[in-house]
Design a protein around this ligand. Sequence first.
Ligand SMILES: [Zn+2]
Length: 258
Amino acid sequence: MTIIDTHAHLDHLENLDQALKNAVEAGVEAIVAVSMDLNSCRKNLEIKKKIRQPRIALGMGMHPSEANRQDVGACLDLIRANAKELSAVGEIGLDFWYKWVRKDQAKKDEQREVFRAFLETAKELDLPAVIHARGVWRECLETAQSVGVRKAVFHWYSGPVDVLNDIVKQGYFVSTTPSVAYSPQSREAITSAPIEQTLIETDCPVHFKDPETEQEYQAEPRDVARTLKAYCALKQMDEDKVLAILNKNAREFFGIKV
Ligand SMILES: [Zn+2]
C-alpha cells in the first residue's frame, strides 16, 4: 500500500531528486509541498510543474516566522493566478513561541494581519488552510473560525488537549510528525485526536530522533513511514487499517486523486 506525506518543504531539501527517488521507492504516492514565503511559493510551483512522481499537491502561503506585510499582496496574487494548481493555502499561522516575539507587539500584530489575509483567501478560493500554531493555539483556532474557513489542519499539533477538542468539534484536522514516537506533548495530543481527523507528515527537512537508536536524522518524505509506525504503536492499532484511513483522510482533505 502507498503512503502520503501531507507536509513537506520540498524547496528546502538539499538533494530533492534523490529524496523524491527515495520516496517513490518507499511507496510514497503523494506529497503536499507547503511554502514559507513568496520565493518559496515560486520554487514549489516550479517543482510541482516538473515532478510527475510522487504526485505533488501544492500549498502556497507565508509562514509566521517569515510574516512580512510587504509581500502579502504579491503572494496572494500568485495564489489567485495559480488557484487551479493549488491544494491548500499554507503554511500560515501564528508562532509566539519565543520570548522575543511575545515581547514584540508589532511583530505579533504583523503575524496576525498576514495570517488573517491568507485565511480570507483560503475561504474565498475554498481551499484548506495548513496552519502552524505554536504557543498560541487557541487564538489560531478562533481566527480560523471567525474567518469561516471550511477546512483546516493544525499541522504537527502539540498544543493543549482542550484546544484540540475544540479543533475536532469544529471539524478541523490535526497532523503529526515522527516526533509522535517520543514527544510527550505530541503523544498526549494525538492520543486524544480521532483518527478520522488526523493526517501524517514529516515537516521535512526537520531533524528528528530515531526512537530506537537515539540518533538524529534529517527527515525526507519517505520518513512519513516512521510517523505511521509511531502513530500505530501509540494508538495500538493495526498498520494496514490505519494507513487505509489516513490515506483516505489525506486524499479527501487535499483533493488528491488516486
Ligand atoms: Zn512546515
